[in-house]
Ligand binder design. Sequence first.
Ligand code: C2O
Ligand code: CU
Length: 549
Amino acid sequence: AATVHQEWEISYQFKSPDCVRKLAVTINGQTPGPTIRATQGDTVVVRVKNSLLTENVAIHWHGIRQIGTPWADGTEGVTQCPILPGDTFTYTFVVDRPGTYMYHAHYGMQRSAGLNGLIVVAAARGGPDAEPFRYDGEHHVLLNDWWHKSTYEQATGLASVPLGWVGEPQSLLINGRGRFVNCSAAAAAGMTCNATLPECAAPVFAVVPGKTYRFRIASVTSLSALNFEIEGHEMTVVEADGHYVKPFVVKNLNIYSGETYSVLIKADQDPNRNYWLASNVVSREPGTPTGTAVLSYYGGRSSPRKAPPTTPPTGPAWNDTTYRFRQSVATVAHPAHVQPPPPRADRTILLLNTQNKIDGHIKWALNNVSFTLPHTPYLVAMKNGLLGAFDQRPPPETYAHQGYDIYAVQRNPNATVSDGLYRLQFGSVVDVVLQNANMLAANKSETHPWHLHGHDFWVLGYGIGRFDPAVHPAAYNLKDPILKNTVAVHPYGWTALRFKADNPGVWAFHCHIESHFFMGMGIVFEEGVERVAQLPKEITGCGMTKGGH
Ligand code: C2O
Ligand code: CU
């Protein structure tokens, strides 16, 4: 196995991803950052220099399990102290599985400021994880949503009374490029907008007629659930979150923040015209125009940059939950790559997802506990026996589900704030059932993409309505469930997942909507922390470890 080295300098730069000039957090001057390409089994070494001048940073390698290196997970407050301005931190980890992954900032709301990129891990040649499908070429699609307001303004709004909601994004980006529709309005509002900048020109994906392409698609959005379509070309879904899928064909793909997919497309359409790649908001009432890019055939008569002669696809109806639910259910393991889950769980945690009020602040909570990060990272605190670093009381395992009406506004929206964590028996099998509910406003429930650090989990089942622990587990898919690291909980629905607590460390589990996590929508698991090797001292230095314990 090889070592893949990268040297990164993180800094603010003026960027115009959607033609509107804005401060962005960049890697070596770029947003998105460089794609990390490696082969299964390689060691990745990324030396990160924080040149943000006045802001901390930490970088998470989303989908990489960090087996044996829990301190390299990059989750500020959970696995490390933040990297201070001027400091350098080296992340070293092994990419043990092939697949499509991503990285992004895990500090404050920096992810939405542009600090993100792709990790592409090729399968070891001839190994057991070789792809069960063939293709001639490969393209990468990183989907994002983009705001003109600074993340400071967004974060301050979220923490204020009354709440200042971030609102719908101004633009949808494909590989860091989009197009704000109303340049003159932007200019009138005092912004700099230039629709002719090469920086915001639509990306072009070129294909050779007759060939089959693998599109690796990742969503790093801060808010939006997306639907991705390649006009005129059906997609065969073959990979999800680094695991091979029993192939199924879709006209367009629903993709939630934190998810990755690979799809195969055949370049079998009229080569003399171009086609749209389109990204559309689903699951929230859209206030953002379609994000677009261009698919162009080599040797065709259309110039690659020419806009297709059609209007871009607008995707399915934004509120068609059934449509999206069906795709979730259709995503199961490839028959030749099934890893059967353990037949039963040792422990089941039932988590009710609600919107709550705490001292007038709007929060998200699980079983009425809203999460807050401690000042001393759990991993450091637990290895050093710093019991005062966080709430030692375990958060609740369940909620009073018998009488709870998930379709109604909660009668008592009060919740508490805690930085307590769930301690899991090392090696035990844990089920988590995420139960969605109505929000603080009547007749509203939204999709939450939940992401688990340090593990993949089996997706055992989905439902719409209230989960019944006496009934629904009997119908779990134990035959060929897909392994994933991020999964959607649909409006008024539930999602059941299972994982083995066999990766020593401390791991965040949270809604991947950046503002939801910021508002408390997450929990943390600890397992086998006593087995973690000696911590590198670079991860310490904050909270109770100031002065260097
Ligand atoms: Cu991609 Cu904790 O997130
Ligand atoms: Cu959420």
